[in-house]
Ligand binder design. Structure first.
Ligand code: HEC
Ligand SMILES: [Cu+2]
Length: 314
């Protein structure tokens, strides 16, 4: 970082596979260019005006066959390249069995990061090498784009949507972080750095951060202070669904649909409660749009997620 680099470092396994694809494309196009250029050269010399080369007409079926073969060959090549690249993209989209989840909120004009232990940082992201990292991205205002060239990864962050971005950092070091979507006058200042550390250094770094409440604890407090508990705790007189075990389950809705309660669903339930009404309940939950910051939503979701695991926390 700092000096001008000709070749970007490849600091994640995704970077290695992306570079592989790029190299593959360059080699294939290079070989084809070479083939076409040399044929042009050879034919230009061989059939130049006045040369004694035979110029007999070929039967039409022959040129038709050649035409068919090379059309099919190039089409096949394109499909093969597509399948190769798509399979790698699909592999990226599959949630890993185990990952370190880190929440990132983009806002004009900074990246706010929250580790699951409650550690917070701004325009910096510390991650351990050799683990699958899953970033859960949200935007508080406009469209931003989380871009780490050394990982060859870029993810648009659209307000109202929860985006996931996964990578396996491999090389210890410090790398550029950019916002790659014009998001207002200070867009160009929305830059930061990603610090890839060894597992031990990362664990050490986490303990050295100022004690913040962890996200679950933060969420539990908000759940009470924002009035959610008044309806959702078992002792309430209002009929509202219990939230223990909801996260990750299939929720039947009043309109007959069944949806999976993931981050996006929890978020929509809080911000647009009228959209997905749980079957058997009245649509009495008020919308909390504008009343909660992105960070608070992240904490509330973390709390509701923790209820799925810990049944005693009702
Ligand atoms: C006035 C009572 C009331 C308040 C306050 C309230 N809720 Fe609700 N909530 C409900 C009811 C009733 C439902 C079921 C009907 C629906 O889906 O809108 C519900 C549904 C939900 C669901 C979907 C549950 C499921 O089983 O799929 C979530 C998640 C949720 N609320 C979270 C919250 C959070 C977080 C807060 C505080 C920020 C909150 N609620 C505040 C009454 C309330
Ligand atoms: Cu931005």
């Amino acid at each position: 970082m700092g000096e001008v680099e000709l070749f970007l470092p490849a600091a994640s396994s995704e970077a290695v596979s992306t570079d592989g694809k790029l190299l593959g494309l360059i080699v294939i196009s290079g070989l084809i260019t070479l083939l076409v250029a040399s044929l042009i050269g050879i034919f230009a010399v061989r059939y130049r005006r006045g040369s004694k080369a035979t110029r007999k007409r070929l039967p039409t079926w022959f040129s038709k066959d050649i035409e068919t073969v090379w059309t099919l060959a190039t089409a096949g090549l394109f499909v093969a390249i597509f399948a190769w690249a798509a399979s790698q993209d699909f592999a990226l989209a599959v949630p890993p069995a185990r990952s370190t989840q880190i929440h990132v909120v983009g806002k004009q004009w900074m990246w706010k990061v929250e580790h699951s232990g409650g550690q917070r940082e701004i325009n910096e992201l510390h991650v351990p090498a050799g683990e699958t990292i899953e970033l859960v991205l949200n935007s508080q205002d406009v469209i931003h784009s989380f871009y780490v060239p050394a990982f060859r990864l870029k993810q648009d962050v659209v307000p109202g949507h929860t985006q996931h971005m996964r990578f396996n950092p491999t090389e210890i070091g410090t790398y550029h972080l950019f916002c790659a979507e014009y998001c207002g006058t200070q867009h160009s200042a929305m830059i930061g750095r990603v610090v890839v550390m060894s597992k031990e250094d990362y664990a050490d770094w986490l303990t050295r951060q100022p004690e913040g409440d962890d996200l679950q604890e933060d969420g539990r407090r908000l759940f009470v202070s924002k009035g959610c508990a008044g309806c959702h705790y078992g002792s309430s007189k209002v009929r509202a669904p219990r939230l223990a075990g909801v996260y990750g389950s299939s929720v039947p809705l009043a309109d007959g649909q069944v949806v999976t309660a993931d981050d996006q669903y929890i978020r929509d339930s809080i911000l647009q409660p009228r959209r997905d009404i749980v079957a058997g309940f009245e649509p009495i939950m008020p919308s909390f749009a504008g009343a909660l910051t992105e960070g608070e939503l992240v904490s509330l979701t973390a709390y509701i997620r923790s209820l799925a695991v810990d049944e005693t926390a009702r």
